[in-house]
Write a protein that binds this ligand. Structure first.
Ligand code: AMP
Ligand code: TRP
Length: 336
């Protein structure tokens, strides 16, 4: 067995992929894939927890797979697969449902936020973190690289793992850890730097940069970005300066520079207009090769299907024995 750490993360194939997803998640996954054993999952079952247009969900799943590859995930180093292709995920969710107190789910802040926005709330939305815990625990995951917004869900997966282990007096589940990047963990909306840049708001003009936006759109979005009435270009915790802070944060992750290097890059900037243009240029340059590679991948759908089929096989080879053992421990009779 390799002593490399096991990494598992998931991303929902709903809505347009944003710069927040890239900086908070995909870039780090790709940069560190050589050091670890990686499982990256397109969590389509999670997407079903809010209403979806079936044809759109299908198309988005393929787009996302191609984008992840275009962002640098290599099928040689990562198992990239679609959650619904591996039945162990739905099964793990059921089995874990039966040992997870309802109160733990009702406390989740994402559930409270999302349910407040829905006219009718389906059971899957409440159960979402249990499905996610199953995803993580099936692969003996050590590390879960996610953005800051997912911290509470990973905590819940830890709680579920620990309570299962103590109930059955085993060390059956590895207790996973969230790995949250220091920078890029929370890219904020360009239109409102107090709220997270999110897929679900990506249709609002000026809110998000989408990974497939063309350079003109990207520049336009940055030019409209909300800043403050001052003119100081520096990192700051001051809520007034959240807009400038967000722009500098985006620049910092992409250029991989320190705070002081970033600030000195802008020492000669002529006001916020200049800051916005320069950040936009860095983003455009970073996304250009990703977009080119994306179009190349999408032009060969057979190859994309093949990569996902291999991924599903590799994922099943790990998760199917795990779920069998889980069933056995819980008292289910396995078929002969
Ligand atoms: P989601 O778009 O919710 O499926 O998230 C996929 C991954 O991207 C997760 O690891 C999120 O934490 C991360 N992510 C999403 N939005 C942002 C954002 N605005 N800033 C940083 N990370 C993000
Ligand atoms: N809930 C995560 C998100 O929206 C996606 C996800 C599902 C996930 N299963 C996971 C992330 C397992 C990490 C590990 O971002």
């Amino acid at each position: 067995m390799s002593n490399k750490k096991r990494v598992f993360s998931g991303v929902q194939p709903s809505g347009a992929v944003t710069l927040g997803n890239y900086l908070g998640a995909f870039k780090g996954w790709a940069d560190r894939q050589h050091e670890k054993v990686n499982f990256f999952c397109l969590v389509d079952l999670h997407s079903l927890t809010v209403p979806q247009e079936p044809a759109e969900l299908r198309a988005n799943t393929r787009t996302l797979a191609a984008l992840l590859l275009a962002c640098g995930l290599s099928p040689d180093k990562c198992t990239l697969f679609v959650q619904s292709h591996v039945v162990a995920h739905a099964e793990a969710c059921w089995l874990l449902n039966c040992v997870t107190p309802l109160g733990w789910l009702q406390r989740m802040t994402q559930y409270k936020d999302k349910s407040a926005k829905q006219e009718s709330v389906f059971t899957g939305l409440l159960d979402y973190p249990v499905l996610m815990a199953g995803d993580i625990l099936l692969y003996d995951t050590d590390e879960v690289p996610v953005g800051d917004d997912q911290r509470q869900h990973v905590e819940l997966a830890r709680d579920i793992a620990q309570s299962f282990n103590s109930r059955y007096e085993t060390e059956f589940f590895v207790v996973p850890q969230a790995v949250i990047p220091e920078v890029g963990a929370r890219v904020m909306g360009l239109d409102d730097p107090t709220s997270k840049m999110s897929k679900s708001s990506a249709h609002i003009r000026g809110h998000a940069v989408k990974l497939l936006d063309d350079p003109k759109e990207i520049l336009r979005s940055f030019k409209r970005a909300k800043t403050d009435s001052g003119n100081e270009i520096r990192f700051s915790d001051d809520p007034e300066k959240a807009g400038v802070n967000n722009l500098l944060g985006i620049y910092k992750v992409l250029t991989e520079k320190s705070n002081s290097e970033v600030e000195s890059d802008f020492a000669d900037a002529r006001g916020y207009g200049d800051l916005k243009t320069r950040v936009a240029e860095v983003v455009i340059a970073a996304l250009e090769p990703i977009q080119a590679r994306y179009h190349e991948i999408m032009s060969d759908p057979g190859e994309l299907d093949r990569i996902l089929a291999v991924g599903a096989q590799q994922a099943a080879a790990v998760s199917m024995p795990k779920i069998e053992e889980m069933k056995r421990m819980m008292g289910l009779v396995l078929p002969k």
